[in-house]
Design a protein around this ligand. Sequence first.
Ligand code: HEM
Length: 514
Amino acid sequence: MGLFSSLVWLPFLLLPLFLLFKKMIDRVNKELKNLPPSPPKLPIIGNLHQLGPLPHSSLRQLAREYGPVMLLHLGRIPVLIVSSADAAKELLKVNDLACCSRPRLASVGRLSYNYLDVAFSPYSEYWRELRKLCVLEIFSVKRVKSFRSLRADEVGSLMDSIARSASAFPTDPVNLTEKVFALSGSIIFRKAFGKSFRGSEFDRGKFYELVHDAETVAGAFSYAECFPGFGWILDWISGHSGRVERVFRKLDALFQQVIDEHLKPGRTNRGEDIIDVMLGIEKEQTEEHGHAWITKNHIKAILLNMFLGGIDTSALTVVWAMAELVRKPILMKKAQDEVREIVGKRGRVSETDLDQLQYLKLIIKETLRLHPPAPMLIARESISHFKIKGYNIYPKTLIQVNAWAIGRDPKYWENPEEFSPERFAGNAVDIKGQNFEYLPFGGGRRGCPGIYMGTVTSEFVLANLLYCFDWALPVGTEAADINMEEKAGHCLTLSKKTPLLLVPIKYLNGQASP
Ligand code: HEM
């Protein structure tokens, strides 16, 4: 064998040695850095292949092997996964300040007018001011209550529409998933824009399509994030960048059109919706300081948050709650007895009844435990070094809390996979992120500011569905046939895989009639 042919083989002989050497160096490095345990990763893609179609579920599986604090790599990005209440407490309470930023993701950056919003904006003085303003002006109990009649009107219209289906004989099932999502969309649309789809030029279907497109691109995998430097080229080739741009332009045109309408002289009903509120703040700031830091783009970015954060979350809660209840007729009856006793023969539940509907509130809480609409919360990013469970976490680490896994952890919950609203009776666990075994709204500085708006909507819709109708399964199906499988929804939410089809039977003066 000549010298040349021996040299040809040399790289093949050296490669395994090189890989072995690199692995040893990585291990020594890791031990010196004291990083959290990591599952083995592949070159270039890291642990991306281990996420699967339902990342919260795959990550729980991995956490069982590697512990409640794990470090993964999505491409080149280090990602801390937190999967226990103890670790979540250390993160969201002890180290909240060190990890309360959001990663700069190209698609949400574009949709949010370069992070002018609340949800995706990195931590800064600007975000603190904006969040304070939104909590006061948009999410306050007073503001949410000011939309009471709007919610009553939209919910009433849904009940009427279901009642019309219930009158038909033989009664066909209604697609409750579709109806509840449409309702939730109409409510947020009207709060934000001050107009209803009914009697307006806006096409409900096109609006939902646009919101869903925005959710999809905001939650979609992007190469740019995982492979800094060259990932944008792959996003461009795959068409992702083009999709983001198209959705942005459509949303921007819609927001601009509605803002322009609000600014038309002689407009009546001024001051009643979120755009009016924000335009009022812009005007106030200008009058006081000669200029305003709230501009039209800020208003548009906040509208985006309302649409992405407020529609699917409330709707999913109602759909999962109904799916759980039809599988357990005893619980359904208990909830219906409660609401029918409190409301009597008034024909509709009003929001002022909600305080008395204690069992209904337990149902919503239990639904949010088993089916948190945002199972991994929203990704955070560390700002400075901190320690969790003794491990070092360095700046610029992406952080995900597996709220879904924590809510099903047998260490904190008896029979965790079972739907049992009673578990919350006399239990002080609250929804505001102070109890770290229950985090459907996240916690710490970045916790959800829309808790009140979201729960009122879910409770009010569910109460009316339970009061106005009895619910039967489509002919030929049984409770056990209801498909409870999950599907990754738009924008990192957790949907029910198949739509919920149920037959409504009108409840008339205390008697259900076919
Ligand atoms: C059942 C209803 C809802 C659920 C389960 C829910 C859940 C969540 C979760 C898990 C987060 C992330 C928290 C974290 O990172 O720690 C969040 C953040 C947020 N939610 Fe909600 N949400 C709901 C309703 C709403 C509504 C109705 C709105 C607005 C109309 C809203 C607006 C927001 C915003 C703006 C943020 C970002 C907060 C920040 O980064 O400072 N949410 N929500």
